[in-house]
Design a protein around this ligand. Structure first.
Ligand code: HEM
Length: 482
């Protein structure tokens, strides 16, 4: 029996046993609709606890995640509908106005919210909420992602990309792209966040990471065999490993065999927090884990999708190749990529953005209503969760005519209208790793197109969302080296 079947079985039992509550629940929600001074948005709340989670997840697993949203946009409203997901009442906003509203009202009407599974998988060692901790993490990040720091990482990224292609791609006729790319982005993170280079040590983290990420957006049933249960165990394993590294680094800093600026770990160990204290080991482990999770599958999914579309669209490939070959030819043998080179990769970045429009690596994110408020004429009760969904604007022909067509020129000039392209989110919670991701993606594209052409082995391989978007079989390709 697969994990999915097990979860299905357990949920079916849960469903049956809670079915008799449905009627009373309905009465409650009906009453709620009247007492909150207005009407809730249109939509279905589905069964208690489970709501419409099954349909939401199964559409993603079948490769058509947009169907859940589009069906409801067609049935209810192009702006807003209600549903119930992951055990929560949920409002889904579907327009650029909705994105603007959410991104501009952070910590006023709404605040960031993550499913209960996240809180369980990453319990904060400081007894505060994960949200509080993520706010502290945001404060720390500018020092790590400022332009001078990024320029320093660029050379390391370039060196590591060369090594990655030499060891994992050269002399191979076929590769499966996604696991290799994950290895590239994860090794970069281990090197730049923790100064870990030994591939065996990197594997100690990366192996449990898949379980961790799968557990993050899963139905929170903590029973042996469920994704959620495996996610909790994986997070524990990674944290134990992180604590060992932190202890060793503290020693190395004292003995001056490590420097305070060598990576984000040293930075966290030597920076005082708001209350003038050094951060505790567990706290640092939480923060590094947050960063590794935020940057792990997102950037590798983006790179994998870029390779998918470049395989399918030879004209786009040839324009990217032209841009990258010119840069490669302008360099001395062995000379590393520099900041000006990245500035010249405009077309390649437009292609990457357009790929992330069609296949956003993070399909959306959650907020919680801090108070009762009204949006688009509907009332949103305090405590309800709100989800912004990238595909609802990315694939809307009103904002992106002929939305399924990959057309990098959409990003020329001032680019798409505000709040329509939201692959990195927007407002105060916009992705802090965007520039870091841009560098690792462009460095990868530079090397892959300068070394290879490739063809998909499975012409009809789908993009599935489970829980994050990925190629159903990891994108196996035939490589044609130059
Ligand atoms: C193509 C790659 C990436 C994409 C598409 C992406 C997308 C996003 C999006 C949409 C959000 C906003 C979520 C929200 O509105 O609540 C976000 C947040 C975040 N991202 Fe990224 N991300 C990427 C890469 C990275 C990388 C490389 C890192 C770290 C090195 C990172 C770290 C984070 C963190 C820590 C947050 C949470 C910020 C907060 O809670 O305030 N991301 N990302």
């Amino acid at each position: 029996m697969t994990t999915y079947d097990m979860e299905f079985l357990m949920l079916s039992v849960l469903l049956l046993s809670t079915l008799f509550l449905t009627l009373s629940f309905r009465l409650f929600t009906f009453k709620y609709k009247r007492t909150n001074g207005g009407y809730l948005p249109p939509g279905r709340l589905g069964f208690p606890f489970v709501g419409e989670s099954f349909e939401f997840f199964s559409k993603g697993r079948k490769g058509s995640p947009e169907k859940f949203i589009n069906d409801r946009i067609n049935k209810y409203s192009s702006e807003i509908f209600k549903t119930s997901l992951l055990g929560e009442y949920m409002i889904i906003l579907c327009s650029s106005a909705g994105n603007k509203f959410l991104f501009s009202n952070e910590d006023k009407l709404v605040t960031s919210w993550w499913p209960r599974s996240v809180e369980k998988i990453f319990p904060s060692s400081l007894q505060t909420s994960t949200i509080e901790e993520s706010k502290k993490l945001r404060k720390l990040l500018p020092a790590f992602f400022k332009p001078e720091a990024l320029q320093r990482y660029l050379g390391i990224m370039d060196l590591m990309a060369r090594r990655h292609f030499d060891t994992s791609w050269s002399h191979k006729e076929e590769v499966i792209v996604f696991p290799l790319v994950k290895n590239y982005t994860f090794s970069l993170a281990c090197r730049l966040f923790l100064s870990i280079e030994d591939p065996n040590h990197v594997a100690k983290f990366s192996d449990p990471f898949n379980d961790l990420v799968f557990g993050v957006i899963s139905i929170p049933i903590n029973l042996p065999g469920t994704r959620f249960n495996r996610g909790i165990k994986a997070a524990r394993t990674v944290k134990i490993e992180l604590i060992k590294i932190i202890k060793q680094r503290k020693k190395d800093l004292l003995e001056k065999t490590a420097t305070p600026t060598q990576d984000i770990l040293s930075h966290m160990l030597t920076t005082l927090d708001d209350s003038g204290q050094f951060m505790k080991e567990m706290d640092i482990a939480d923060k590094i884990l947050g960063l590794l999770v935020g940057g792990h599958d997102t950037a590798s999914a983006a790179i994998t999708f870029i390779m998918k579309y470049l395989a399918e669209l030879p004209n786009i490939y040839s324009d990217v190749f032209k841009e990258q070959r010119e840069i490669a030819e302008s360099k001395e043998a062995g000379e590393l990529l520099n900041w000006e080179d990245i500035g010249k990769m405009k077309y390649s970045w437009n292609v990457a953005c357009e790929v992330m429009r069609l296949a956003p690596p993070l399909p959306g994110a959650f907020r919680e209503a801090l108070t009762d408020f009204t949006y688009a004429g509907f009332s949103i009760p305090k405590g309800w969760k709100i989800y912004w969904s990238a595909i609802s604007t990315h694939k809307n022909p009103k904002y992106f005519p002929d939305p399924e067509k990959l057309d990098p020129s959409r990003f020329e000039g001032s680019g798409p209208a505000p709040y329509t392209y939201v692959a990195f989110g927007g407002g105060p919670r916009m992705c802090p790793g965007k520039e870091y991701a841009r560098l690792e993606i462009l460095v990868f594209v530079h090397h892959v197109v300068n070394r290879f052409k490739w063809e998909k082995i499975l012409p009809d391989e789908k993009i599935i969302v489970d829980p994050l978007p990925m190629m159903a079989k990891g994108l196996p390709v035939h490589l044609r080296p130059y």
